[in-house]
Ligand binder design. Structure first.
Ligand code: GRG
Length: 331
């Protein structure tokens, strides 16, 4: 499936999913709380997780529509984490809209996030599967959310460390980003009646894609066109974020003036644009951007190999294209 066809198909599937998500977020008596819960889901987002869950259910030979409540549950939970993440990071804009804590206030954002967490599980309970599979879905979803919390905690700790090992960085992004993708695909494979091998492979597919997605995001944050990115390129440098690019530079750059200058810029919110341009160039000359790019592409390659256990079909092609969209896109 070429990129243009994939993007069109993703938008179509995401729009259909959006209607289901909004219907699950309708019930309740408090209008203002409901509005706060629906604020991010109504703005869309790519909805990659639920769309992938349904595609996997189809690709293993099941009916994609049976996975819709589960898929919506995952997306509602994802949106809950975004509400709380924006509070923690004090980010004021999400999906082109003012953040929930800006439109309302921080206490409302906390309670709306918690309410979405609950709605996610209420929605999950609408999935039509036998009792054994219902327990599996419940457990894998709750476990993924717990791991997201661990990943977030690790990420916060990483920000205060001068050096973070690559192993720890990969563990952090697996938990914070890849595990919820993996819950979506594992659950989709269970609902679709996949074999044990397919269920395990679909989980691995998403873990590898999710890690690649996050590394690629770091690359885009430093090497993308700022117009397309919608934020200044290099903000990760001013924020001192320990991305794979920075970790590689800290591990490989020899002691000397260049390393010293780069280190002094990491976390310097007042660094000038010229300084940031210099830092990006230094990271590039050191091979650190290329290293991260290659590593993301390697994860993407391994992710696609996991799809070999699926029969050839349109949804398998869609899942291949999902990897290329997550890792390798220019934006
Ligand atoms: C999990 C108990 C619990 C609490 C929340 C705040 C928090 C703890 C975790 C943060 C998790 C987080 C925001 C991870 C980043 C995930 C990520 C890659 C977000 C962006 O996903 P996209 O690109 O966004 O799919 P859209 O807008 O398309 O949905």
């Amino acid at each position: 499936m070429d990129e243009k066809t994939f993007r069109k198909e993703l938008v179509k599937r995401a729009d259909d999913m959006g209607e289901h998500i909004m219907s699950f977020l309708g019930g309740g008596e408090h209008d203002e709380l409901i509005k706060a819960m629906r604020h991010y889901p109504s703005a869309g987002g790519k909805r990659m997780r639920p769309v992938t869950a349904v595609a996997v259910a189809e690709a293993v030979g099941g009916k994609g529509e049976n996975a819709i409540p589960f898929a919506c549950a995952i997306e509602i939970v994802h949106n809950f984490t975004l509400v709380h993440d924006d509070v923690m990071d004090n980010d004021d804009v999400r999906r082109g809209l003012p953040a929930v804590h800006v439109v309302w206030d921080i206490p409302t954002a906390i309670i709306a996030g918690d309410a979405m967490f609950a709605k996610g599980f209420e929605t999950l309970a609408d999935t039509e599967v036998d009792a054994k599979d219902a327990r599996r879905l419940l457990k894998l979803t709750a476990n993924a959310i717990y791991l997201v919390a661990e990943g977030q905690q690790m990420d916060m700790e990483n920000e205060t460390q001068e050096q973070v090992s690559v192993e720890r960085y990969l563990d952090t992004i697996q938990k914070k980003t890849a595990e919820l993708f993996a819950a979506a695909t594992e659950g989709g494979a269970i609902i679709g009646g996949g074999t044990a091998e397919q269920i395990a492979s679909m989980r691995e597919y998403a873990i590898l894609m999710g890690i690649g997605f996050q590394i690629w995001d770091d690359v885009l944050g430093i090497a993308a066109d700022p117009e397309l990115l919608g934020k200044p390129v290099g903000s990760d440098i001013r924020n001192g974020k320990r991305t794979l690019i920075v970790l590689h530079a800290l591990e490989t750059m020899p002691e000397g003036e260049e390393r010293h200058r780069l280190l002094s810029m990491l976390g310097d919110h007042d660094a000038s644009d010229d300084d940031v341009v210099w830092a990006i160039d230094a990271l590039d000359r050191n091979g650190s951007i290329g290293h991260a790019r290659n590593m993301a592409l390697e994860y993407a390659h391994r992710s696609k190999e996991c799809l070999e256990c699926l029969p050839e079909c349109l949804d398998r092609e869609f899942l291949v294209a999902m990897v290329d969209f997550s890792v390798g896109r220019e934006l």
